[in-house]
Design a protein around this ligand. Structure first.
Ligand code: ACO
Length: 323
Protein backbone atom coordinates (compact mmCIF):
# COMPACT_ATOMS: atom_id res chain seq x y z
CA UNK A 1 0.00 0.00 0.00
CA UNK A 2 1.24 3.47 -0.90
CA UNK A 3 1.62 5.73 2.13
CA UNK A 4 2.94 9.21 2.98
CA UNK A 5 5.90 9.01 5.37
CA UNK A 6 7.64 11.91 7.11
CA UNK A 7 11.04 12.35 5.50
CA UNK A 8 12.05 15.59 7.22
CA UNK A 9 10.94 18.36 9.59
CA UNK A 10 11.93 22.01 10.03
CA UNK A 11 10.77 25.18 11.69
CA UNK A 12 11.42 28.88 11.96
CA UNK A 13 10.69 31.30 14.80
CA UNK A 14 11.19 35.07 14.40
CA UNK A 15 14.08 36.51 16.43
CA UNK A 16 12.01 38.79 18.66
CA UNK A 17 10.88 37.04 21.86
CA UNK A 18 8.14 38.75 23.89
CA UNK A 19 7.79 37.69 27.54
CA UNK A 20 4.43 37.87 29.36
CA UNK A 21 5.76 40.79 31.42
CA UNK A 22 5.82 42.91 28.22
CA UNK A 23 2.00 43.11 28.41
CA UNK A 24 1.87 44.20 32.07
CA UNK A 25 2.31 47.93 31.49
CA UNK A 26 0.08 47.96 28.38
CA UNK A 27 -2.96 46.04 29.64
CA UNK A 28 -4.72 45.09 32.87
CA UNK A 29 -3.00 41.70 33.04
CA UNK A 30 -0.14 39.90 34.78
CA UNK A 31 2.47 37.28 33.95
CA UNK A 32 0.92 35.13 36.70
CA UNK A 33 -2.58 35.30 35.11
CA UNK A 34 -1.31 34.41 31.64
CA UNK A 35 0.85 31.52 32.94
CA UNK A 36 -1.79 30.03 35.21
CA UNK A 37 -4.72 30.30 32.71
CA UNK A 38 -2.83 29.36 29.54
CA UNK A 39 0.63 27.90 30.25
CA UNK A 40 2.10 30.56 27.94
CA UNK A 41 5.32 32.25 29.11
CA UNK A 42 6.62 33.88 25.93
CA UNK A 43 5.99 34.05 22.18
CA UNK A 44 7.80 35.26 19.05
CA UNK A 45 6.76 38.33 17.05
CA UNK A 46 7.64 38.64 13.35
CA UNK A 47 9.60 41.76 12.35
CA UNK A 48 7.65 44.47 10.49
CA UNK A 49 9.27 43.49 7.19
CA UNK A 50 8.61 39.75 7.61
CA UNK A 51 5.60 38.25 5.86
CA UNK A 52 4.06 34.83 6.47
CA UNK A 53 5.78 33.59 3.29
CA UNK A 54 9.21 34.56 4.71
CA UNK A 55 8.53 32.43 7.78
CA UNK A 56 7.27 29.57 5.59
CA UNK A 57 10.30 29.71 3.29
CA UNK A 58 12.69 29.53 6.26
CA UNK A 59 10.82 26.54 7.75
CA UNK A 60 10.70 24.82 4.35
CA UNK A 61 14.45 25.26 3.85
CA UNK A 62 15.08 23.72 7.29
CA UNK A 63 12.79 20.75 6.47
CA UNK A 64 14.52 20.19 3.10
CA UNK A 65 17.92 20.24 4.81
CA UNK A 66 16.68 17.78 7.45
CA UNK A 67 15.36 15.50 4.67
CA UNK A 68 18.58 15.81 2.66
CA UNK A 69 16.61 17.02 -0.37
CA UNK A 70 16.69 19.97 -2.79
CA UNK A 71 13.74 22.18 -3.73
CA UNK A 72 13.52 20.56 -7.15
CA UNK A 73 12.93 17.15 -5.52
CA UNK A 74 9.52 18.46 -4.35
CA UNK A 75 6.35 17.98 -6.44
CA UNK A 76 3.95 20.15 -4.44
CA UNK A 77 3.69 22.68 -1.62
CA UNK A 78 0.68 23.15 0.65
CA UNK A 79 0.66 26.02 3.15
CA UNK A 80 -1.89 26.13 5.95
CA UNK A 81 -2.43 29.76 6.94
CA UNK A 82 -5.11 32.30 7.85
CA UNK A 83 -2.70 35.24 7.70
CA UNK A 84 -1.48 35.29 4.07
CA UNK A 85 0.84 38.05 2.84
CA UNK A 86 -1.74 39.03 0.21
CA UNK A 87 -5.29 38.09 -0.71
CA UNK A 88 -3.59 36.38 -3.62
CA UNK A 89 -1.30 34.86 -4.81
CA UNK A 90 -1.24 32.07 -2.25
CA UNK A 91 1.52 31.94 0.32
CA UNK A 92 2.32 28.48 -1.10
CA UNK A 93 3.23 29.86 -4.54
CA UNK A 94 5.34 32.55 -2.84
CA UNK A 95 7.14 29.77 -0.94
CA UNK A 96 7.53 27.83 -4.21
CA UNK A 97 9.19 30.86 -5.82
CA UNK A 98 11.23 31.61 -2.70
CA UNK A 99 12.67 28.10 -2.72
CA UNK A 100 13.52 28.40 -6.42
CA UNK A 101 11.26 25.50 -7.38
CA UNK A 102 10.83 25.37 -11.13
CA UNK A 103 8.07 22.75 -11.37
CA UNK A 104 5.17 21.24 -9.42
CA UNK A 105 2.14 22.98 -7.91
CA UNK A 106 1.28 24.92 -4.76
CA UNK A 107 -1.83 26.08 -2.91
CA UNK A 108 -3.04 27.30 0.50
CA UNK A 109 -5.46 25.66 2.90
CA UNK A 110 -7.42 27.75 5.38
CA UNK A 111 -8.88 26.02 8.44
CA UNK A 112 -7.46 28.41 11.04
CA UNK A 113 -5.78 26.58 13.96
CA UNK A 114 -6.77 23.19 12.48
CA UNK A 115 -5.25 24.19 9.12
CA UNK A 116 -2.18 21.97 9.35
CA UNK A 117 -4.32 18.89 10.03
CA UNK A 118 -6.44 19.70 6.95
CA UNK A 119 -3.27 20.31 4.88
CA UNK A 120 -1.72 17.02 6.01
CA UNK A 121 -4.91 15.16 5.16
CA UNK A 122 -4.91 16.74 1.66
CA UNK A 123 -1.26 15.86 1.16
CA UNK A 124 -1.86 12.30 2.33
CA UNK A 125 -4.68 11.86 -0.20
CA UNK A 126 -2.55 13.33 -3.01
CA UNK A 127 0.39 11.08 -2.24
CA UNK A 128 -1.79 7.97 -1.92
CA UNK A 129 -3.51 8.76 -5.24
CA UNK A 130 -0.20 9.29 -7.05
CA UNK A 131 -0.64 13.05 -7.71
CA UNK A 132 2.71 13.69 -6.02
CA UNK A 133 5.64 11.71 -4.63
CA UNK A 134 7.19 14.35 -2.40
CA UNK A 135 5.38 17.27 -0.81
CA UNK A 136 6.21 20.14 1.52
CA UNK A 137 3.39 20.68 4.02
CA UNK A 138 3.81 23.94 5.91
CA UNK A 139 1.95 25.78 8.65
CA UNK A 140 2.91 29.47 8.71
CA UNK A 141 1.25 32.38 10.51
CA UNK A 142 1.70 36.00 11.55
CA UNK A 143 -1.28 36.19 13.93
CA UNK A 144 0.21 39.26 15.63
CA UNK A 145 -1.02 41.17 12.54
CA UNK A 146 -4.69 40.51 13.39
CA UNK A 147 -4.54 41.19 17.13
CA UNK A 148 -6.59 43.86 18.88
CA UNK A 149 -3.85 45.06 21.26
CA UNK A 150 -6.48 46.45 23.64
CA UNK A 151 -8.19 43.06 24.11
CA UNK A 152 -6.43 41.26 26.97
CA UNK A 153 -8.54 38.13 26.35
CA UNK A 154 -6.86 37.46 22.98
CA UNK A 155 -3.66 39.45 22.34
CA UNK A 156 -1.66 37.71 25.08
CA UNK A 157 -2.33 34.29 23.54
CA UNK A 158 -0.84 34.38 20.05
CA UNK A 159 2.60 34.35 18.45
CA UNK A 160 4.20 34.05 15.00
CA UNK A 161 6.13 31.16 13.48
CA UNK A 162 6.24 28.39 10.89
CA UNK A 163 6.84 24.65 10.75
CA UNK A 164 7.20 22.28 7.81
CA UNK A 165 7.21 18.57 6.99
CA UNK A 166 8.56 16.86 3.91
CA UNK A 167 6.24 13.95 3.08
CA UNK A 168 7.36 11.20 0.74
CA UNK A 169 5.55 8.30 -0.90
CA UNK A 170 6.60 4.88 0.35
CA UNK A 171 5.36 1.49 -0.76
CA UNK A 172 4.63 -0.71 2.23
CA UNK A 173 3.43 -4.25 2.57
CA UNK A 174 -0.05 -3.07 3.48
CA UNK A 175 0.25 -4.35 7.02
CA UNK A 176 -0.49 -2.45 10.21
CA UNK A 177 3.28 -2.09 10.65
CA UNK A 178 3.59 0.31 7.70
CA UNK A 179 5.11 3.68 8.51
CA UNK A 180 3.49 6.96 7.51
CA UNK A 181 0.07 8.56 7.84
CA UNK A 182 -2.37 5.82 8.90
CA UNK A 183 -5.61 7.78 9.26
CA UNK A 184 -7.07 11.28 9.40
CA UNK A 185 -10.33 12.68 10.78
CA UNK A 186 -11.67 16.09 9.67
CA UNK A 187 -14.67 18.03 11.00
CA UNK A 188 -16.21 21.47 10.84
CA UNK A 189 -19.43 23.14 11.95
CA UNK A 190 -20.11 26.64 10.64
CA UNK A 191 -22.86 27.37 13.15
CA UNK A 192 -20.13 28.15 15.69
CA UNK A 193 -18.76 31.04 13.61
CA UNK A 194 -19.33 33.66 16.31
CA UNK A 195 -17.16 31.88 18.87
CA UNK A 196 -13.96 32.65 16.97
CA UNK A 197 -13.66 34.86 13.90
CA UNK A 198 -11.92 37.85 12.36
CA UNK A 199 -14.14 40.93 12.02
CA UNK A 200 -12.78 42.05 8.64
CA UNK A 201 -12.09 40.81 5.14
CA UNK A 202 -11.92 41.69 1.46
CA UNK A 203 -15.63 41.37 0.73
CA UNK A 204 -16.88 42.96 3.97
CA UNK A 205 -14.83 45.74 5.55
CA UNK A 206 -12.00 45.78 3.04
CA UNK A 207 -9.56 45.54 5.94
CA UNK A 208 -7.72 42.60 7.52
CA UNK A 209 -9.77 42.93 10.72
CA UNK A 210 -9.06 41.69 14.24
CA UNK A 211 -9.47 38.33 15.89
CA UNK A 212 -12.52 38.02 18.16
CA UNK A 213 -13.00 35.08 20.48
CA UNK A 214 -15.35 33.89 23.18
CA UNK A 215 -12.47 32.06 24.86
CA UNK A 216 -14.41 30.17 27.51
CA UNK A 217 -16.86 28.73 24.94
CA UNK A 218 -14.03 27.75 22.55
CA UNK A 219 -12.35 26.13 25.55
CA UNK A 220 -15.40 23.94 26.24
CA UNK A 221 -15.72 22.84 22.60
CA UNK A 222 -11.99 22.10 22.45
CA UNK A 223 -12.01 19.81 25.46
CA UNK A 224 -15.05 17.92 24.18
CA UNK A 225 -14.11 17.67 20.47
CA UNK A 226 -10.34 17.07 20.49
CA UNK A 227 -10.30 13.75 22.34
CA UNK A 228 -13.30 12.61 20.26
CA UNK A 229 -11.59 13.29 16.91
CA UNK A 230 -8.37 11.64 18.11
CA UNK A 231 -10.34 8.57 19.17
CA UNK A 232 -12.06 8.40 15.75
CA UNK A 233 -8.73 8.62 13.89
CA UNK A 234 -7.21 5.95 16.14
CA UNK A 235 -10.18 3.70 15.48
CA UNK A 236 -9.81 4.19 11.71
CA UNK A 237 -6.09 3.36 12.02
CA UNK A 238 -6.82 0.28 14.14
CA UNK A 239 -4.59 1.56 16.95
CA UNK A 240 -5.77 1.14 20.56
CA UNK A 241 -5.59 4.10 22.95
CA UNK A 242 -2.70 2.49 24.84
CA UNK A 243 -0.78 2.15 21.56
CA UNK A 244 -0.18 5.93 21.38
CA UNK A 245 3.45 6.93 21.99
CA UNK A 246 3.15 10.69 21.44
CA UNK A 247 0.35 13.24 21.40
CA UNK A 248 1.24 16.43 19.48
CA UNK A 249 -1.67 18.75 20.23
CA UNK A 250 -2.41 22.21 18.89
CA UNK A 251 -0.62 24.48 21.34
CA UNK A 252 -3.41 26.90 22.35
CA UNK A 253 -3.71 26.42 26.07
CA UNK A 254 -2.00 24.04 28.52
CA UNK A 255 -5.28 23.40 30.35
CA UNK A 256 -6.97 22.24 27.13
CA UNK A 257 -3.97 20.00 26.36
CA UNK A 258 -4.04 18.49 29.87
CA UNK A 259 -7.79 17.86 29.70
CA UNK A 260 -7.47 16.20 26.26
CA UNK A 261 -4.57 14.00 27.39
CA UNK A 262 -6.60 12.95 30.43
CA UNK A 263 -9.56 11.94 28.23
CA UNK A 264 -7.12 9.89 26.14
CA UNK A 265 -5.60 8.29 29.27
CA UNK A 266 -2.18 9.64 28.29
CA UNK A 267 0.39 10.83 30.86
CA UNK A 268 1.85 14.29 30.14
CA UNK A 269 5.28 12.66 29.52
CA UNK A 270 3.82 11.46 26.22
CA UNK A 271 2.62 14.92 25.19
CA UNK A 272 4.80 17.32 23.18
CA UNK A 273 4.52 20.78 24.77
CA UNK A 274 5.77 24.00 23.19
CA UNK A 275 2.95 26.34 24.26
CA UNK A 276 5.11 27.93 27.02
CA UNK A 277 7.70 29.18 24.51
CA UNK A 278 5.62 29.73 21.35
CA UNK A 279 2.11 30.69 22.51
CA UNK A 280 -0.66 29.88 20.04
CA UNK A 281 0.77 30.06 16.51
CA UNK A 282 -2.47 28.77 14.93
CA UNK A 283 -1.75 26.52 11.90
CA UNK A 284 1.98 26.64 12.64
CA UNK A 285 1.74 25.17 16.12
CA UNK A 286 1.63 21.45 15.25
CA UNK A 287 4.44 21.43 12.66
CA UNK A 288 6.49 23.63 15.02
CA UNK A 289 5.95 21.14 17.86
CA UNK A 290 6.67 18.16 15.57
CA UNK A 291 9.89 19.76 14.33
CA UNK A 292 11.11 20.79 17.80
CA UNK A 293 10.43 17.28 19.20
CA UNK A 294 12.06 15.63 16.17
CA UNK A 295 15.15 17.84 16.44
CA UNK A 296 15.44 16.68 20.07
CA UNK A 297 15.35 13.04 18.86
CA UNK A 298 12.16 12.26 20.75
CA UNK A 299 10.36 10.23 18.05
CA UNK A 300 11.66 6.71 17.37
CA UNK A 301 10.92 4.88 14.12
CA UNK A 302 7.74 2.84 14.45
CA UNK A 303 6.23 5.00 17.22
CA UNK A 304 2.60 6.11 16.95
CA UNK A 305 2.14 9.90 16.87
CA UNK A 306 -1.29 11.54 17.12
CA UNK A 307 -1.76 15.22 16.20
CA UNK A 308 -5.02 17.10 16.86
CA UNK A 309 -6.28 20.68 16.57
CA UNK A 310 -9.36 22.90 16.74
CA UNK A 311 -9.84 26.45 15.54
CA UNK A 312 -12.14 29.03 13.98
CA UNK A 313 -15.03 27.73 11.93
CA UNK A 314 -15.22 25.80 14.11
CA UNK A 315 -12.96 23.33 12.33
CA UNK A 316 -11.18 20.44 14.03
CA UNK A 317 -9.46 17.19 13.24
CA UNK A 318 -6.65 14.74 13.88
CA UNK A 319 -3.97 12.67 12.17
CA UNK A 320 -2.49 9.34 13.27
CA UNK A 321 0.89 8.38 11.87
CA UNK A 322 3.58 5.80 12.46
CA UNK A 323 6.91 7.66 12.63
N1 ACO B 1 -5.40 39.02 32.05
C1 ACO B 1 -6.20 39.14 33.12
N2 ACO B 1 -7.51 38.83 33.07
C2 ACO B 1 -8.00 38.38 31.91
C3 ACO B 1 -7.21 38.24 30.75
C4 ACO B 1 -5.86 38.58 30.85
N3 ACO B 1 -4.99 38.47 29.82
N4 ACO B 1 -7.98 37.77 29.75
C5 ACO B 1 -9.22 37.62 30.24
N5 ACO B 1 -9.23 38.02 31.56
C6 ACO B 1 -10.38 38.05 32.47
C7 ACO B 1 -11.71 38.17 31.76
O1 ACO B 1 -11.95 39.52 31.42
C8 ACO B 1 -12.65 37.66 32.81
O2 ACO B 1 -12.85 38.69 33.74
P1 ACO B 1 -14.33 38.96 34.36
O3 ACO B 1 -14.64 37.69 35.10
O4 ACO B 1 -14.11 40.16 35.22
O5 ACO B 1 -15.22 39.20 33.18
C9 ACO B 1 -11.84 36.57 33.53
O6 ACO B 1 -10.47 36.81 33.15
C10 ACO B 1 -12.25 35.16 33.11
O7 ACO B 1 -12.37 35.12 31.69
P2 ACO B 1 -12.57 33.79 30.93
O8 ACO B 1 -12.59 34.07 29.45
O9 ACO B 1 -13.73 33.01 31.51
O10 ACO B 1 -11.19 33.04 31.33
P3 ACO B 1 -10.70 31.60 30.97
O11 ACO B 1 -10.25 30.92 32.18
O12 ACO B 1 -11.67 30.90 30.06
O13 ACO B 1 -9.38 31.90 30.14
C11 ACO B 1 -8.71 31.90 27.83
C12 ACO B 1 -9.42 32.66 28.94
C13 ACO B 1 -7.26 31.77 28.21
C14 ACO B 1 -8.84 32.72 26.54
C15 ACO B 1 -9.32 30.52 27.64
O14 ACO B 1 -10.71 30.61 27.60
C16 ACO B 1 -8.85 29.80 26.41
O15 ACO B 1 -7.68 29.45 26.26
N6 ACO B 1 -9.79 29.50 25.49
C17 ACO B 1 -9.51 28.70 24.32
C18 ACO B 1 -8.77 29.46 23.29
C19 ACO B 1 -8.41 28.48 22.20
O16 ACO B 1 -8.13 27.33 22.44
N7 ACO B 1 -8.41 28.88 20.99
C20 ACO B 1 -8.06 27.82 20.02
C21 ACO B 1 -8.32 28.15 18.75
S1 ACO B 1 -7.53 29.65 18.34
C22 ACO B 1 -7.83 29.85 16.67
O17 ACO B 1 -8.46 29.04 16.03
C23 ACO B 1 -7.35 31.07 16.04
Amino acid sequence: MRRAIVRGTGHYLPERVVENSWFEDKLDTTDAWIRSRTGIERRHFAADDQGTSDLGIAAAKAALANAGLQADDIDAVIVATSTPDYTFPSVATMVQAGLGMTRGFAFDVQAVCAGFIFALSNADAMIRSGQADRMLVIGAETFTRIMDWTDRGTCVLFGDGAGALVLEAAEGAGTAEDRGILATDLNSDGKYRDLLYVDGGVATTGTAGHLRMQGNLVFRHAVEKLAATAHRALEKAGIPEDGVDWLVPHQANLRIIEATAKRMNLPLEKVVLTVADHGNTSAASIPLALSVANSEGRFQPGQIVVAEAIGGGLAWGSVVLRW
